[in-house]
Design a protein around this ligand. Structure first.
Ligand code: NAD
Ligand code: GLY
Length: 376
C-alpha cells in the first residue's frame, strides 16, 4: 500500500513531459500508476540479481493483480552490465517476450539498470516507452530523471547512448531500506551536488539533516529526494540536450570520471564516491583560481568527511594513482570540445559555473595535492 504522502515533481518537456512520484510503498502499488498508461496489459520488468530477490515480487504481484502479463528479465548486478553484451541480451529477451512497439517496459533497479533499459527502449523496434522505478538513492535523485541513457565502451563510460525520457518515474523511498550503507552514501554525494550547484540553503539543510537522511529517516529522504528532483527537472526542462546549463549537473564528474576510469569502473570506487572526491577537487581548483574562498572549499570537504564519504583518491584501495594519468583520462571526457575540457567550477557554495581554458598546471596542482593527502 502506498504511504501517506506522495510528492509529485513534473519534468516539463512539452509533449514528452512526465511525473516523478516520490513516496513509500510505490512499488507495491505500481499497477495503479502504470496500468492507465498501457495500451494492452503486457510489460517486461528489467532488474538485476541483487534487486530481484528484494523488490521484484511486490511489483509482479501488483501488476498481476491488475491483470497485466509480465516477463521479468534479470541481469547481473554491477557496472559491467552496461555493455553491448547485455544490451544484446536484453533486446533478445524483449523479442522473446514479444514486447510490441506500443508497449512500455519497466526498469527496476539502480542507475545501471535504468541507463541500460532506457537505451534499449530507445532502439528496440525503433523506440518504445519505458518507466523508471529507481531503487538506489543515486538513481532516485539523478539517473532516473532527465533521459540520459547509455552503455559503457572501452573508450569510456556512457559514450554510447541516447537521450530518451521515461514516461513516469516511481521513486519508492521504502526500497532504500535494503540499500547497503556504502551505496546510500554514494547516492548522498549526488544529493549534496544540488546544494552546491545552485541552492546554498539546501546545502545548509544537508549540513544539519544529512545524518538523519542517511540513517533512513523517510521524511528527510522525501524532502531531499524532492528538492533534488525539482532541481534536476528545472535544469533538464531548460536544457534537455546539454547545450548549456545542464552541464552544471556534472559538478565533480570530470575529476570523478577520471578516477572511475583509473580504477577500471570497479568496486574500488563507486560513481558517487568519485563524485564526492571530484566535488572536493572542483572547489579546490576554484579556490586556487581565485574564484571562490578557500574556506568554502573547506566547508564542503568537512561536510563530505563528516557523513563518511571518501574525499581523497588515497582512500581508494589498490594501486596508487598519478596526477598525470588522471589528467590523461580527463581528455576523454564528454565535455571536451575543440580539444579543451569544460570544467564545472564554482564562485561559492550554490554558485556553480562552467569554465574553459583552465591550465593543465592548475589541474595537476590540485590532483597532486589530493594525491598527497590521506583524507583523514
Ligand atoms: P547500480 O545500479 O550499480 O546499483 C548499485 C548496487 O546496489 C547494485 O549492486 C544494485 O544491485 C544494488 N541495489 C540497487 N537497489 C538496491 C536496493 N534497494 N537494495 C539493495 N541493493 C540495491 O548503481 P547506481 O549507483 O544506482 O548507479 C550508477 C550508475 O548510474 C552508473 O553507471 C552511472 O554512470 C549512472 N548514472 C547515470 C546518470 C544519468 O543521468 N543517466 C546519472 C548518474 C549516474
Ligand atoms: N547526471 C547528469 C545529467 O543528467 O545531466
Amino acid at each position: 500500500m502506498t504511504g501517506d504522502t506522495i510528492d509529485t515533481v513534473r519534468v516539463d518537456l512539452g509533449g514528452r513531459s512526465y511525473d516523478i512520484l516520490i513516496g513509500s510503498g510505490l512499488i507495491a502499488d505500481a499497477a495503479n500508476h502504470v496500468a492507465p498508461m498501457f495500451k494492452r496489459p503486457v510489460t517486461a520488468v528489467v532488474t538485476d540479481d541483487t534487486v530481484a530477490p528484494l523488490h521484484l515480487q511486490p511489483l509482479l504481484d501488483s501488476l498481476e493483480v491488475a491483470g497485466i502479463s509480465v516477463t521479468p528479465i534479470i541481469l547481473p548486478a554491477g557496472e559491467g552490465t552496461k555493455s553491448f553484451a547485455y544490451l544484446d541480451s536484453l533486446l533478445n529477451q524483449l523479442f522473446d517476450a514479444q514486447i510490441e512497439r506500443g508497449d512500455h517496459i519497466i526498469a527496476l533497479g539502480g542507475g545501471v539498470i535504468g541507463d541500460l533499459t532506457g537505451f534499449a527502449a530507445s532502439i528496440f523496434r525503433r523506440g518504445i516507452d519505458f518507466i523508471q522505478i529507481p531503487t538506489t538513492l543515486l538513481a532516485q535523485v539523478d539517473s532516473s530523471v532527465g533521459g540520459k541513457t547509455a552503455i559503457n565502451v572501452p573508450y569510456g563510460k556512457n559514450l554510447v547512448g541516447a537521450f530518451n525520457q521515461p514516461r513516469l518515474v516511481l521513486a519508492d523511498l521504502s526500497a532504500l531500506d535494503t540499500l547497503p550503507e556504502r551505496q546510500r552514501l554514494a547516492g548522498y554525494a549526488e544529493v549534496v551536488k544540488y546544494g552546491l550547484i545552485n541552492d546554498s540553503d539546501f546545502f545548509g539543510w544537508l549540513q544539519e539533516n544529512g545524518p538523519r537522511l542517511l540513517s533512513g529517516d523517510q521524511q528527510a529522504l522525501q524532502y531531499a529526494v524532492g528538492v533534488s528532483c525539482r532541481s534536476k527537472a528545472a535544469i533538464v526542462s531548460a536544457d534537455e540536450r546539454e547545450s548549456g546549463q545542464r552541464a552544471l549537473l556534472n559538478l565533480g564528474h570530470t575529476f570523478g570520471h577520471a578516477l572511475e576510469a583509473e580504477t577500471g569502473y570497479s568496486d574500488r570506487l563507486l560513481h558517487g564516491e568519485g563524485v564526492a572526491m571530484g566535488m572536493a577537487m572542483a572547489f579546490e581548483l576554484s579556490a586556487r583560481l581565485g574564484m571562490c574562498a578557500p574556506a568554502e572549499a573547506d566547508i564542503i570537504l568537512q561536510h563530505l568527511q563528516a557523513v563518511g564519504l571518501p574525499t581523497r583518491p588515497t582512500q581508494v584501495a589498490g594501486p596508487s594513482m598519478t596526477a598525470a594519468d588522471l589528467l590523461a583520462h580527463m581528455a576523454q571526457d564528454k565535455k571536451v570540445s575543440e580539444g579543451k575540457v569544460t570544467f564545472v567550477l564554482a564562485e561559492g557554495i550554490g554558485k556553480a559555473c562552467l569554465k574553459r581554458d583552465v591550465a593543465d598546471t592548475d589541474v595537476l596542482a590540485v590532483l597532486e595535492a589530493a594525491l598527497a593527502n590521506s583524507g583523514s
